[in-house]
Write a protein that binds this ligand. Structure first.
Ligand SMILES: Nc1ncnc2c1ncn2[C@@H]1O[C@H](COP(=O)(O)OP(=O)(O)OP(=O)(O)O)[C@@H](O)[C@H]1O
Ligand SMILES: Cc1ncc(COP(=O)(O)O)c(N)n1
Length: 264
């Protein structure tokens, strides 16, 4: 019998299949880990944007946590869109109750099309109570700026932001540079030992970037579930992202999804 590492995504459904839990599950399948899902909400969404949102009730979040953790042997988890205060609080309670290890927190705030995926009133809760549970947090540049209340423009700003975010309690911090300017995208990791590692890649000229952040954080969670370190996971994660973005698939008419069939 095959023994697969088991992971859970705690995220929202994208009806068009490109982002959120849908992207996570495809990435987990690519990475040969067994994937469970705790669904934080439903979105009526396509490659143009988000048309409607239905957050999951706090009670039903708790039921899903019980069902998954009473049975499966979860080695890593990731969170995506948490939508509102009650949902976010229920997720934090579930993570604490089950002492979830190897947690990757993607602090999703706004979808590519501009829709809000996290209520403003939930931001402090996430900083104070979710980040301290995380092995890694993965804000993009915009999210990092909102979390800190300051802009990130220079390399020095980036290093300062990494340290300020780590001080909120996450073990490691990755700021993703996809929303930056220029032809080279620079992601920056601050490790638990205080080392700053940059991952630079040419910007692929495409609008098919729906679900990039979800895919990256799921890839990292899969690696952690297999017992790998972040330093080992990150270079292969970036190669995977380049292939999944670069080898595009023709779906939808707006910001299309990635190709999750590329080699892992
Ligand atoms: N056009 C691109 N070319 C190459 N790599 C990219 C491109 N866009 C994003 N990436 C990479 O994809 C990963 C996700 O970064 P990004 O900044 O897009 O996250 P995100 O904004 O959270 O994603 P999302 O908008 O899906 O939530 C990073 O490793 C980033 O470098
Ligand atoms: C349910 C859900 N979760 C996350 C995202 C973020 O992805 P993106 O920023 O690429 O739209 C999304 N659009 N929908």
């Amino acid at each position: 019998m095959k023994n697969l590492a088991q992971v859970v995504t705690i995220a929202g459904i994208d009806s068009s299949g490109g982002a959120g839990a849908n992207a996570d599950l495809k990435t987990f399948q690519n990475q040969m880990v067994y994937a469970a899902s705790i669904i934080t909400g439903l979105t009526a969404q396509n490659t143009y944007g988000v048309q409607a949102i239905l957050p999951t009730s706090a009670h039903f979040i708790a039921e899903q946590f019980n069902s998954v953790f009473d049975d499966l042997d979860i080695k890593a988890a990731k969170t995506g869109a948490l939508f509102d205060l009650a949902t976010a609080q229920a997720v934090i309670t579930g993570l604490e109750k089950n002492s979830v290890k190897n947690l990757v927190v993607d602090p999703v705030m706004v979808a590519k099309g501009g829709a809000k995926l996290l209520a403003d009133e939930a931001i402090n809760l996430i900083k104070d109570n979710l980040f301290p549970l995380a092995e890694l947090i993965t804000p993009n540049l915009t999210e990092a700026a909102v979390l800190l209340g300051q802009e990130i423009e220079t390399d020095a700003d980036m290093v300062e932001a990494l340290h300020l975010l780590q001080a909120m309690g996450a073990t490691n911090v990755l700021i993703k540079g996809g929303h930056g300017k220029g032809n080279i995208i620079s992601d920056a990791l601050l490790t638990k030992d205080g080392q700053v590692i940059y991952y630079k890649a040419p910007r692929i000229d495409t609008k098919r970037t729906h679900g990039t952040g979800d895919t990256l954080s799921a890839y990292i969670a899969a690696g952690l579930a297999k017992g790998k370190s972040l330093e080992v996971i990150m270079p292969t994660a970036k190669e995977f992202m380049n292939r999944a973005i670069g080898d595009g698939i023709k779906i939808g008419h707006g910001h299309g999804p990635l190709n999750h069939w590329v080699n892992g």
